[in-house]
Design a protein around this ligand. Sequence first.
Ligand SMILES: *Cc1c(COP(=O)(O)O)cnc(C)c1O
Length: 381
Amino acid sequence: MQGFSTRAIHAGQEPDPITGAVTTSIHTSSTYAQDGVGGTRGGYEYSRSANPTRTTLQECLAALEDGRHARAFGSGMGATDTLLRVLLKPGDHIVIPHDAYGGTFRLIDKVLSGWGVEHTPVDLSDVEALRAAIRPETKVVWTETPTNPLLGIADIAALAGVARDAGASLVVDNTFASPYLQTPLALGADVVVHSTTKYVGGHSDVVGGAIVTNDDDLAAALSFAQNSTGSVPGPFDAWLTLRGVKTLAVRMERHCDNAERVAEMLAGHPAVEKVLYPGLPDHPGHEVAAKQMRRFGGMVSFQTAGGRDAALQVCSNTQLFTLAESLGGIESLIEHPGQMTHASTAGSMLEVPDNLVRLSVGIEDAEDLIEDLRAALDTLG
Ligand SMILES: *Cc1c(COP(=O)(O)O)cnc(C)c1O
């Protein structure tokens, strides 16, 4: 198999056979001429069903996740919803991480529950806890690793074994790691989901999602479901994502370099009570992360010693770290999960500590990022 960056730049992306154009074209046509009824020229009829720019993105994403099939969606939530509607029926049960992405929790807790799907939040860093939560109706085990925003680590190969014994599908939301750092299908997962809005796109300029699997029947069911429900990305969005993904490896290396240095500074600062970063040797998931990830990622969370008010103050005192939701872009972001990304979990089992701050460490110069954070923390006295 070719190396990661070679695949990112070339998989599915041959120069155009007619014009020689080296970059993928943005095919805006909604419909395609047919040579006689039912006689398509390149397999394209209508752009909801399939679009050439989207196909190129899908081939590239499948290659990066070591998967046979990828489907690109209009958002990560569009991908998640379509996948869950294919995998679950009323009466089924799903196990989710106890600190699942807020939007995934909301979809399962507020939308799918009304449709008769039950869920159990579990700390999936504990394989025995998963085994205990499995019921005869459990059809899906949903996991994220590292988790958001607590950066917990789940052992993908171990969870895959439990899910397989139970006849359930293991889905890994690989958004935080990106395929450069971790390829869950190779570890036994059945399906990988991405919010390509984050590291895959990488420039905070496009919203998108993807599903990757080796299962031919599931891929066909996803195509049918996507065409039926319509959660497709536009061709311009597919092209922007493709443009972003070509540099994923170089960006991730820099995200990881910077995050390691930021985590180290935070760990030594008196205004910080605890740093959550799987790259730190005292992180409870460090060994598992070292086994299944190439490096430890660009997300760092920490808890302030001065409680919620200190956390809120740090979030408004940084200059370079922009106070904003989302993650995975080239620019550094800071946020307060309790009142921002994870506000929908308030009062539930998934509620996050109120002194928690989450950083998406960008690819600026590490010295500048460290100076900015240190200055914001120093004001806490
Ligand atoms: C952002 C995100 C999603 C949702 O993706 P959208 O593109 O915003 O719809 C799902 N999972 C994780 C881990 C995310 O960070």
